[in-house]
Design a protein around this ligand. Structure first.
Ligand SMILES: *Cc1c(COP(=O)(O)O)cnc(C)c1O
Length: 239
């Protein structure tokens, strides 16, 4: 086993134990929370080692790096989650290779995603990224550039997805706002999700929680956590 493989294996064990502890603490079924390992910034060789360690789902946030990495790892049979910001003019290109697009936050993306999924001959799973900035009670400044659909616009966006022939509305995704207690933010998400599930009972995926706040996300009902740095290490320097 290479030093890198040993490092990834040890980190993965720690994160899997954290997820299991969080499931137990929340009274949830063991194994009910899936791990998406966020491999952004890291090479395809790490993806390959992770697959060998039993990882089935990986997350990437940049096109075209994600496309190229998937092409290098085509033989591994992994599920690729696109979790990054989507430009309208790139949405179709992302839908040409992603298995799940987690960061859908506006209706403008849908026609291109739908067309590309149709051309590929797949039913493409999408998650709606919900912005958790509004409703903060800690008085913090809300960044205007944060991604995510406003909760009041979520029902219309969800309906627009269900109207697309080649898209499958699978659930919600969120990122806890910087500087806010993630438990408070994820409680807000749980409330938004309850209303959403009443209208879309099959869209049960809830992707929330990262290296620093996966416990709070699991407590609030996340079905998927997206963990990068706790497994791969901090971002490698680029020079
Ligand atoms: C980078 C990223 C993650 C993983 O974050 P870590 O703190 O490295 O675990 C999760 N979700 C999104 C949307 C990301 O961009």
């Amino acid at each position: 086993m290479s030093a890198r493989e040993a490092e990834l294996a040890a980190n993965l064990d720690r994160v899997r134990a954290r997820v299991a502890d969080a499931e137990r603490a929340a009274g949830r079924e063991p194994g009910s929370v899936s791990l998406v390992v966020v491999t952004k910034f890291f090479p395809a060789s790490d993806v390959r080692l992770l697959a060998g360690l039993g990882v089935t789902d990986v997350g990437e946030n940049r096109h075209p790096e994600a496309r190229d990495k998937k092409a290098d790892c085509e033989d591994l049979g992994l599920r690729w989650h696109y979790i990054g910001g989507l430009q309208s003019n790139k949405a179709g290109q992302v839908a040409a290779y992603a298995d799940v697009v987690e960061s859908v936050d506006r209706a403008k993306l849908l026609a291109r995603l739908d067309r590309a999924a149709g051309e590929r001959g797949v039913a493409l799973e999408v998650l709606l990224q919900v912005g958790l900035d509004s409703g903060r009670t800690d008085g913090a400044e809300v960044g205007a550039d944060r991604a995510g659909v406003e909760p009041e616009d979520l029902p219309a966006l969800a309906d627009a997805v269900t109207a697309c022939e080649h898209l499958v509305l699978a659930g919600l995704m969120a990122v806890a706002p910087l500087g806010e207690d993630p438990a408070t933010a994820f409680d807000r998400l749980a409330g938004i999700r309850a209303g959403f599930l009443a209208d879309h009972p099959g869209a049960t995926t809830c992707s929330a929680g990262m290296s620093g706040d996966l416990e709070q996300a699991v407590a609030a009902g996340a079905t998927h956590v997206r963990v990068g740095s706790a497994i791969l290490g901090s971002r490698p320097s680029t020079h």
